[in-house]
Design a protein around this ligand. Sequence first.
Ligand SMILES: CC(C)(COP(=O)(O)OP(=O)(O)OC[C@H]1O[C@@H](n2cnc3c(N)ncnc32)[C@H](O)[C@@H]1OP(=O)(O)O)[C@@H](O)C(=O)NCCC(=O)NCCS
Length: 335
Amino acid sequence: MSAPTLLTAGITGLGMSFPEKRLTNADLEKMVETEDAWIVERTGIRERRIVARGVPASHHGALAAQAALAHAGLTAADVDLILVPTVTPDMMFPSTACVIQDLIGAKRAWGYDISAACSGFVFALQAARAQVQTGAVKTALVVGTEVMSSIVDWTDRNTCILFGDGAGAVVVQAVDPALGGIVDAVHYIDGSGGKHLHMKAGGSLNPASEETVRAGMHYIYQEGKEVYRFAVRGMADVALEIVQRNHLTPADIQLLVPHQANIRIMEAAQRRLGLPDEKVAVTIDRFGNTTSASIPSALKVAYDEGRVKKGDHVVLVSFGAGFTWGAALLRWCID
Ligand SMILES: CC(C)(COP(=O)(O)OP(=O)(O)OC[C@H]1O[C@@H](n2cnc3c(N)ncnc32)[C@H](O)[C@@H]1OP(=O)(O)O)[C@@H](O)C(=O)NCCC(=O)NCCS
């Protein structure tokens, strides 16, 4: 029996949605002991978007999903699969994929959430790719959406300066292999890194109680220096790995879309690939770290700016809590 032929999956639509409200570094100076100059120099962030109180992750996720569908010339009725990478789901259950399915009216779709923190989008893209490659689904939506402001301790200057809210979405469908599509993907996890970046309570280990709330255990816990050290190495290594194993050189790459964690971490990946600034997508200055929303929204911004064209090689690269890290190589296949 011969092996089944796989289809080629590609991104055929892009969308994003961000809250209107900007939280600038000047605003943060009034909340914690910090300075605009420190934040810009150490992270590259100037402002981030924050939802109004009570707006859940599904809200901007659904808007980004609808925008991506419209861009692909599709409607919700065409969607077979909805994958939602997020660390700030509306609720522990049902999944935010279910909430978004209902909000956009994707009656035929099934789907689920993916927990891989800042690598969520890259991991979910691979899950969507595999479903499309086998022909199990025709149209998949990958919706990275976060309300990081709901898990940030606004009195902790080490973390509150970093994160922002928003959503980015892509449509994944079978494409003509001659045009390109998602060419390759690499993924890693190392659970021994979990101690450096996590949320202590709210799961089965430490169910929510008065005590956990009082102790601030529902906020992001991060050992910034440790995370920084692993992220610099992880992101740069995996970016180089995917380029090398596809026998490409830096000259063949037209766009690098790193997870927007910290400009210095992103620059390390850029340097390792030997890419000039104009080949790197940077939105961290305006949006901060939006976890699973950062790569699809940075890709969308670069696309809108005309920085990615049919036939271009695009590298997506991520690092996040877990630890999780990975990369995808795309050959851009839409106008
Ligand atoms: C958080 C991070 C920006 C801190 O930058 P850093 O250069 O490592 O800074 P340090 O932690 O060494 O802190 C240096 C000093 O600045 C202080 N500091 C921390 N936050 C500050 C702030 N917002 N404003 C001013 N000073 C601050 C620290 O308290 C420390 O002071 P000390 O030396 O008196 O103790 C950086 O470690 C980082 O980006 N880590 C990775 C985070 C990340 O990307 N997480 C998501 C993973 S996907």
